[in-house]
Design a protein around this ligand. Structure first.
Ligand code: GLN
Length: 323
């Protein structure tokens, strides 16, 4: 079946999703990172970015929240840009772990392989690979420049979040040094972990994440800045990784119910990619027990079901946003 989706339909779905999901109760702010525990739990926003650069938004979509694990996607893209698809598969992998994002057990089970850049172990390895090697400032600049290109505007470091996370990331220290033990980290472990922690502490808006998602959905072309950010051939690799492990141990349930590959973060953000259709992002701080935003999940599911589209279905969206 071929489908055409108008701006009106999108606006309506967005409006209904916002009104329906804003009152959903349940979940709690991440409490293992002190800064996140204190964010206003009622914040909620949803943005959709189309292939022509149109951004549709409802709620607190200009509020800068901690990007956290959604940044793993951005830096995976940078590693892919610097090394190519084959080397990333070889050095990190593209598999699901079926375990929580910060699992040490996953690393032990895989017998030395970090599995995917979209869990903590693989994300720390990805940071270790970013060039220029050994140059913390140069690597940080490369990471931020890449995120800026994907978001269409610069993200700002939330200093308090960075300090809060640095003071409490003992588990991630263990992962970084275990990677060293297995020869799966390609730069100094402390520098690599610090870069990972810093990228997680960047503040982004739902609009910036929707623009990133739209860039991935349109083969690396950012429709807002009109720039080809990464090679088109890398886009399906990125989407496959997100589809495989974007919700960690609940990825299958998510794909089954929402029908869109998406990546979550404990800051409350979720970014979904519908290839050739749109990028979507939602944000609300309270999380379920796996660390995924309760309201953001509900909102994205609502919109997908309302529009009747699903990455696994035979329905093809021919035009989107042209009334
Ligand atoms: N910085 C967080 C951590 O490493 C990110 C976790 C997440 O968003 N799932 O624990």
């Amino acid at each position: 079946m071929i489908k055409n989706i108008s701006v009106n339909q999108l606006e309506e779905a967005l409006h209904e999703a916002y009104e329906t999901c804003r009152t959903i109760e349940g979940g709690a702010n991440a409490d293992y990172i002190p800064y996140l525990a204190n964010i206003d739990s009622d914040l909620f926003g949803i943005s959709i970015c189309l292939g022509d650069g149109t951004v549709l938004s409802r709620g607190n979509t200009s509020y800068e929240f901690g990007i956290e694990s959604v940044s793993k996607v951005h830096t995976a893209i940078l590693a892919l840009r610097q090394y190519g698809a084959d080397e990333i598969l070889d050095k990190i992998g593209a598999d699901a772990t079926g375990l929580p994002f910060n699992s040490i057990f996953a690393l032990l089970l895989e017998r030395d392989h970090p599995s995917t850049p979209l869990v903590n172990a693989g994300a720390i390895t990805a940071c270790s690979m970013i060039k220029p090697k050994g140059d913390s400032d140069g690597k940080w600049k490369a990471i931020v420049d890449n995120i800026t290109e994907l978001c269409g505007s610069e993200p700002h470091l939330i200093d308090e979040l960075y300090r809060s996370e640095t003071a409490t990331n003992y588990n991630n220290h263990s992962i970084a040094w275990l990677l060293k033990n297995y020869d799966r980290i390609y730069d100094d472990p402390e520098i690599s972990l610090d870069l990972y922690t810093r990228q997680c502490s960047l503040g982004v808006t739902a609009e910036q994440l929707a623009i990133t998602a739209a860039t991935i959905a349109h083969d690396g072309y950012n429709p807002v800045t009109d720039k080809q950010v990464f090679d088109a051939e890398l886009a399906p690799k990125v989407v496959s990784m997100i589809a495989t492990v974007g919700f960690y141990e609940h990825t299958g349930d998510w794909l089954y119910t929402a029908g869109i590959p998406a990546k979550t973060g404990v800051g409350g953000g979720i970014m979904g990619i519908m290839p050739n259709v749109f990028g979507i992002a939602a944000f609300a701080p309270p999380l379920d027990e796996a660390g995924n935003s309760v309201k953001a999940q509900a909102a994205i599911k609502f919109i997908m079901n309302k529009l009747g589209i699903n990455i696994f279905g035979s329905t093809r969206v021919e035009t989107v946003g042209s009334d």
